[in-house]
Design a protein around this ligand. Structure first.
Ligand code: PEP
Ligand code: MN
Length: 337
């Protein structure tokens, strides 16, 4: 349930309503804009009589919220959430461009790629240190050594680091050493992991599960936000369908749907969606035109010999060509990097 207060309502009127709701054992989520106050109610709202709330001083309107996600719901917070990571910004008209290799492989590799993607216009460096691989016999990532190398690449370029956390065992290390914690598609419903990152204040990049509905995805965001961490960025990376010509099917409709339902920023990962480098440019361009707040793109300096996902990785040269087109398209949709 959401209470929209009248314009220019007093703080005291808001405080009284908050106290009434909290006295019933429910949680209040306050959202304040320039000209409005919205009081979101979280918990079993069946014990509340909306007509009684409607009669209170300062109340403009009481609305039932049908969706099970609350803090992630646009009804609770009408304006877009903007995530600022050391001046790299995602949302509110700014594009977050996360680029880098699937896996961190060596210092030379990650530093060179970081320099190239930065020069082309990326504002985040991605790179997997802990890798969720389908086969236990595939390269599993450099793990803690990989984090160290990402930090060296950050020192060299200033780019904030985005990397995947797979186990709650490393939560403290990630909070200390990483700028954006990625929760991968395979862990979208690892509720322990979601709760733990929810207890931090690190920005979280939450990828959509391989076959998750948009509602399930937003409920996972809700897990993180329920713990108090509202710095969530959603990432659509393709879902599993009957189609086999592409690795996954990119759900671009998720962009306007998320924009309607939620205030959280959403970026698109065309690399894991298509699974092939030739699909990256058209889908990246389409994502920007659809209203995405950014992109995650795999870039490798030697795709043929990459230890993971080489077939879908762009070379730094191709990434630069793509970025020049993205910068042009960004202007058309009134956005900037
Ligand atoms: C990745 O970004 O490296 C990755 C493994 O992605 P996903 O979780 O979307 O498969
Ligand atoms: Mn990958």
């Amino acid at each position: 349930m959401v209470i929209v207060m009248k314009p220019r309502v007093s703080k005291e009127e808001v405080r009284i309503i908050k106290a009434i709701i909290e006295a019933k054992g429910l949680e209040v989520n306050l959202s304040k804009g320039n000209t409005y106050y919205i009081i979101g109610i979280i918990g079993d709202t069946s014990i509340i009589d909306p007509n009684k709330l409607q009669a209170l001083k300062g109340v403009e309107r009481v609305m039932k919220v049908q969706e099970p996600f609350k803090k992630a719901n646009r009804l609770f917070k009408p304006e877009d959430t903007v995530i600022n990571v050391q001046d790299s910004i995602i949302g509110g008209g700014k594009l977050g461009i996360m680029a880098g290799p699937c896996s961190v492989e060596s210092e030379e590799q990650i530093v060179e790629i970081a320099k190239r993607v930065k020069a082309a216009g990326a504002n985040f460096l991605r790179g997997g240190a802990f890798k969720p691989r389908t086969s236990p016999y595939s390269f599993q990532g450099l793990e803690l050594e990989g984090l160290k190398l990402l930090k060296i690449a950050k020192q060299e370029t200033g780019l904030p680091i985005v990397t995947e956390l797979m186990s709650t065992d490393y939560i403290d290390t990630f909070v200390d050493e990483v700028d954006v914690i990625q929760i991968g598609a395979r862990n979208m419903q690892n509720f322990d992991l979601l709760k733990q990152v929810g207890n931090t204040n690190k920005p979280v990049l939450l990828k959509r599960g391989l076959s998750a509905t948009i509602e399930e995805w937003l409920m996972s965001a809700e897990y993180i936000m329920a713990g108090g961490n509202e710095n969530v960025v959603l990432c659509e990376r393709g879902v599993r369908t009957f189609e086999t010509m592409t690795r996954n099917t990119l759900d671009l409709q998720a962009v306007p749907v998320i924009k309607k339902l939620s205030h959280l920023p959403i970026i698109i990962d065309p690399s894991h969606a298509g699974g092939d480098a030739y699909l990256v440019e058209p889908m990246a361009k389409a994502a920007i035109m659809a209203g995405a707040d950014g992109l995650m793109i795999e870039v490798h300096n030697d795709p043929e010999n990459a230890l993971s996902d080489g077939q879908q990785s762009l070379t730094p040269d191709k990434f630069e060509v793509l970025m020049n087109k993205i910068k042009f398209l960004a202007e058309i949709v009134d956005k900037e990097i």
